[in-house]
Every structure is written in C-alpha cells, then in structure tokens.
Design a protein around this ligand. Sequence first.
Ligand SMILES: Cc1ncc(COP(=O)(O)O)c(C=O)c1O
Length: 384
Amino acid sequence: MRKVYLDSAATTKMRPEVVTAMTEVMNDVYGNPSSTHSYGRDAKSLIETARKNIAVHLKVTAAEIIFTSGGTEADNLAIHSCVRDLGVERIITTRIEHHAVIYIVEHCQEKYGTEVVYLDLQDCGTPDYGHLEKVLSDTSKKTLVSLMHINNEIGNRLDIHRVGNLCKQYNALFHSDCVQSIGHYEMDFAELPVDFTAVSAHKFHGPKGVGFAYIKKGTGLKPLILGGSQERGYRAGTESVHNIVGMDKALQMSYENLDKERDYVKGLKDYFKTQLTTHIPGVKFNGNCGDHENSTYTLLNVCLPCPADKAAMLLFTMDLKGIACSKGSACQSGSQKGSHVLTNVLPDEDLNKPSLRFSFSVFNTKEELDYVVEVLKEYIDSIK
Ligand SMILES: Cc1ncc(COP(=O)(O)O)c(C=O)c1O
C-alpha cells in the first residue's frame, strides 16, 4: 500500500547519518560517562562535545545546556522549579500551550497555590500582547511567563522578542517552549531575552527520548530528579550517550542545511495550500497557519468543509489510504477528546467541522501532496 507520512510535528523520520552516528556509539562507546577509566572518559567526552556544539548553535554557554529525556521533562523542570525554588507566585500563560506546560502549571496551582493568568487570545490564537503587558504591569507578585514559540497544532509563531522584552521590562522570568522551532529556525539566545526553554530531538530528525533544557546562567533553578551528580547536579541519571550524540548530529545537520531545506519545505506547504484551495472549495486554514509571516513553514492545519456528522470516518479513511496526519495533535491520538487548542481558537461554526494537521519535512514530495488532495477531494465528494 502507498504510504505518505505527513505528521512531522508529532515526530520526524531520523536522518540516516544520525542513525549511523548513534549506532557507532552503541557499538563502540559503552562506558558509563561517570566512570573515571578510559571507557567512561570516552563517553563523557562525546557528551561534552555534543553540549559544546549545541551551545554554539544557540549562542549560549555549554553550561547552560542540560540534557533531559525530551521536551516534556525540560518544560516541567523549568516551570516546577521556578515555583518551588525561585519564589514564583504567579504564572502567565495561555490555554493553548502544549500539555507538557498546561499540566505542570495546573499542578503548581493545586500544590503551591500559584496564581495562574490565562491570556486572552486574538481571533487567530495569538496571545493578546496588550493583555500580557497589562497583567505584567502589576509587579506585586514574582511572575513567570510561559508562552510557546511555535504552537504545535496551529503553527502560530509568537513574537518572542516582544514577549521577552516585556518580561525584562517588568522583571518577570520567561520560559518559552521551543520544541517546534529549534532545528527549524535560527535562535540566538545570547540576544533573545529568554530564561528557559525546552527542546526535543525527535522534532528535528533526531532520536526520541532525548532533548535539553536551556537554563540561563544565574537563574538558580534546582533539579527535579535527584540521584547522581550528572549534568552538574541538574538532572540525575546516567546520560543516554547515543541519544545525545544523535541529537547533536541531527541539530548540526538541520542548521547546516537550514536555508535549502526551509525553502523546500516552505515550497511544499505553499503548494499544498494552493492545491487544497483550488480543489476543495470552502477549505480553511486554522489559526495563523495560512500566513507565512506569523506561522511556521512546517505545518498546515486544515479545516474541511464537511458537516460534523459526516466527519467521523475522515481520519480513518486517511489511514486506510496510507496517509499519516493528525487530528489536533498527536498527543491526543487514540483519545476521543477534541483538541484543546482548536476548542480555544476556532469559531463555533468551524469547531464542528473536521480539522486535520498536516506537517511536512524534507522527506516529503509534491507528488505525495497531490495524492492527499485527491483522497480528500474523493472523500468530500463521497459524502455530499
Ligand atoms: C510544543 C511541544 N512541547 C513539548 C512537547 C513534548 O516533547 P517530548 O515528546 O520530547 O516530551 C511536544 C511534543 O509533541 C511539543 O510539540
């Protein structure tokens, strides 16, 4: 059966070069990085080289990179420790963050009585920057702002400079989940006023189960996981050496090929958008994802013109035809619950229509997109 993978916002295919780099480590460098003998030193040296390479891409110091099991852990580390250890009494966020943020924010609210302010959203789902400034201007409580750089469902791109500058102006800490942007955009944290970020390797053609937190020097964050003194005490547990090396390789390759690959993927998104608009009258694009200036080039969240009662079989039909895409976000696949992002962003009339998120990578082709448009068109014609 023909298969088309259009779910790279959920996870990406690993680059063959990444698999090779990891396999070499698994075969040859099996020492524990905490051991002082040569096997251990070899493993440690790989980790520290990866840390330095990653730090160079982000324009930070190596000491500010803490390896984790992925984006979720890095988000939890920053937010939880800000409240527990740094005296944060108020968190400003939105209802359309990833659950890795929403649930730890709710946990802090329940456990520590942290005040949570959910920002108003503009119609397209972008946070209302005026509301943010208004809330920030009350400086009576130590505050953490947590706003994601790129929304994983609708692709909206935050004005991260603007938010960072506001946080600086009002003396608030700023955490920005950059899981959907690192590896796809150049990020200069020497210049960006961001205190904490979360990154995940499997979103940029690296392995699953590894990521990192960027923790700005001097913030005083404390670890969540206690045990050995790995990661200078920030994150106990024997490091996943092959995963860290794979992540380093994947990030290096993403940035080496960034311009060329971005143009290519952007071309795919434009092409898909044009084909959908031409062949499926009434199609809409959710959030800002139809607008290049304010969204990522890696995804398109498509609202299809079909009634809710006829929509049930859509994702199933796509799967039967070998097409992998996502209803809302992948984190909800298998769940009957609708997307919390779309629920908060779409007008009622569109909420009842089926929406699908298609996300692209350098491994996709226009021909695959033609096939998807054909399948969608057939489905919509069949239920008329
Ligand atoms: C925006 C965002 N944050 C966090 C995560 C969680 O990352 P991980 O899968 O590495 O835990 C994801 C993954 O879907 C994501 O898209």
